[in-house]
Design a binder for this molecule. Structure first.
Ligand SMILES: [Zn+2]
Length: 286
């Protein structure tokens, strides 16, 4: 019996709701898989994930979750590399690419201050803002997903408590800081290249001037902690920015392009790109 895959909120289920077990989440399509963390379709996307302590690399600070993909385990131990080919990882990666909301469920076995003592809690909708590969604690490679709380629909709901209020304030401040910083540094790199994409040379003329994007090589913020520095930035057109962030192409140490793009990155004499960051991007997103 195939239950329908439903994205976003499920009727009659609210953030903070408690479930005594996994089975009762299934009939409504809230989370349809009894023993799996990721609920989705590899060709469409994933609509829900459950954190239940099965993966040692999972990280949880409330609004920010670094979730580990599926696979490579035997008797609950990581014994081989994970890959994007695993259907569950493909499903979640599709949600990343498409920007679908993901319902996050925390179980009592998940080690976090946000976990319930028993059963499971619905923690609201999250958006996936990043996906990459890294070596986990086990030394094997694991697929990683950065999930950020996106449950703004909860504002105005009757049960807003103090936690939510502090969470809102904190997030707004973070966003403002990030935008300002991006704008200033991006402007420098874009002017250095006269708004020409370093991959394809495209220079987009708008009604008010030229348009290009500053792309961070090693992403800023948790968990990558890339440098806020011109040596960690590229001037790219929007297409190549998206393709670079999603690992559609990568850059070799000699600045030749690999993957979907070939040729060489155009580099200005005054632009000392960090090889270490290029490597980091390649190892994480290739
Ligand atoms: Zn381009």
């Amino acid at each position: 019996m195939a239950r329908k895959l439903i994205f976003g909120e499920i009727k009659d289920v609210k953030e903070g709701d408690h479930f005594i077990n996994r089975k009762i989440m299934m009939p409504s399509s809230f989370h349809r898989m009894w023993a799996r963390g990721i609920d989705g379709d590899k060709n469409i996307g994933a609509a829900a994930i459950c954190l239940s302590g099965g993966y040692e690399d999972d990280f949880d600070s409330g609004d920010l979750i670094i979730y580990t993909g599926a696979g490579g385990q035997e008797n609950k131990k990581q014994v081989e590399d994970q890959s994007w080919d695993h259907p569950d990882n493909m499903a979640l990666y599709n949600s990343f690419i498409e920007g679908y909301p993901v319902r996050v469920i925390r179980g009592h076995k998940h080690k976090s201050e946000f976990s319930p003592a028993t059963g499971y809690t619905y923690s609201g909708l999250y958006k996936i803002s990043d996906a990459w590969i890294e070596r986990g604690k086990s030394i094997y490679k694991v697929c990683r997903f950065k999930l950020e709380y996106d449950g703004e629909s909860q504002i105005g709901a009757k049960s807003i408590n103090l936690d939510y209020r502090t969470r809102e304030k904190k997030r707004r401040k973070d966003i403002v800081v990030r935008v300002v910083r991006d704008t200033m540094l991006s402007k420098t790199i874009k002017e250095l290249y006269d708004y020409e994409c370093q991959v394809c040379g495209l220079r987009i003329k708008t009604k008010v001037g030229y348009y290009a994007e500053g792309a961070h090589i090693r992403p800023l913020g948790k968990p990558h902690n890339g440098d806020d520095n011109i040596n960690n930035l590229l001037c790219l057109c929007p297409n190549h920015h998206v393709m670079f962030d999603k690992g559609v192409f990568t850059i070799k140490d000699d600045f030749s392009l690999s993957g979907y793009e070939s040729g060489k990155l155009n580099i200005h004499d005054e632009h000392n790109i960090s090889i270490e960051n290029i490597k980091y991007h390649r190892e994480s997103y290739d």
